[in-house]
Structures are given as C-alpha cells and as structure tokens.
Design a protein around this ligand. Sequence first.
Ligand code: FMN
Length: 184
Amino acid sequence: MTKVTLSKGTTTFPMPAAVISVGVGGDANLITLAYVGKVCLNPPIIAIGINTKRHSFKLIEEHDEFVINYPNIDQLKEMDYCGTRSGRDVNKWEQLGLTKEKGKVVQVPLVKEFPWNMECKVVNRLELGSHVCFFGEVVAVHCDKKYLKNDSIDPDKLDTFAYISGNYVELKTGALGSHGFSFK
Ligand SMILES: Cc1cc2nc3c(=O)[nH]c(=O)nc-3n(C[C@H](O)[C@H](O)[C@H](O)COP(=O)(O)O)c2cc1C
C-alpha cells in the first residue's frame, strides 16, 4: 500500500447532501449543506456548519431553528439548485415548485415533497472560522412510510445518495450488516 498525503481540507467520508430550511413565513429559505452530522444521542443533537456569508446564516441566527430535509434520488437536481443559488436572488421554493409544510414543533417550514424531515431547535453555537457550527436538538422527525421497517428507517428501502469529494454518489448496496453483527 502506498499512501499519499492529501489536503487538510479533505472531507470525511461520506457526507450527506441535505437541504436545510431556515427562516419563517415569506422569508423562509433553503440551503444545501454537506456539513451535517449527529453528535449526541441523548439529547439528540445534530451539528451543522454554515458559512457566515450565506443568506441562510442571517436567517438561522434570527430564528434559532432549522429543518433538515433529505431528498430522494429523483430530487438530486433540486438539492443541487439549493446549493448553487442564493435566497438573496431567487425564491428557491417557488422556482422549484416546493411546498412549505407546517412543522410539528418549529416555525420553520418543512419541504413537503422531500421524504425525510428532522425539526431542530438551536441549543448552542460555536464560531470556528469561515463557518459557524450550530448545534440543533432534534424535536421531531418525519419519514415517508415506504422507507420504514418496524418504525425505523430501513437502509434497504432508502433511495438516496451521499456527497463524496464534490460528487453525488448513489447509495445502492443496502445494509451489509447490523450494529453488533461482529459478536456473532
Ligand atoms: C453539495 C453541497 C454542499 C454544501 N455544503 C455546504 C455547507 O455544509 N455549508 C455551507 O455554508 N455551504 C454549503 N454549500 C453551499 C451553499 O449551499 C450555497 O452557497 C448556497 O447557494 C447558499 O444559499 P443561501 O445564500 O440562499 O443561503 C453546499 C453546496 C452544495 C452544492
């Protein structure tokens, strides 16, 4: 094996590409983020990293809430659109024909057409440099019934993708084993 030293900016593997809703009412906006990850089990906390230059940055600071919306593979283009246009210039909801759905707990709207949504309330923030890390406590989760088995998300049923080195990659191999299979 010959290992090559890479840039310190190399990302973790794989990353999600999720569309985050921020802001409320007519100001509500959508931003694609790859910096999204669960960092605590109890309470359930998800950390997201937003560059301070983004239009969405101002909106999350104003309302202290966000919703993570995971698209399916047919919604890849909508996800890329939300990550390449600014809400300063376009209304992404209108341009993409997406519907604002009322959340169970938060005021920020969910993307109705996206199958998996996680409502979060900001409980902490950390200024890191180019990006501020917001820690959101998950207060409600919704998922299309067709992806579930025994009320849990079934990886074999998900038709989703990951973000790896600037590319969108389909995740189609399904589950290789369950947590703890190495005990058997
Ligand atoms: C796949 C993908 C992942 C992205 N991940 C992030 C991220 O984690 N953090 C961030 O600040 N911007 C990220 N961006 C860039 C923003 O989504 C982009 O600048 C967007 O246009 C900002 O929208 P806004 O100005 O309406 O807030 C990503 C873009 C793409 C396409």
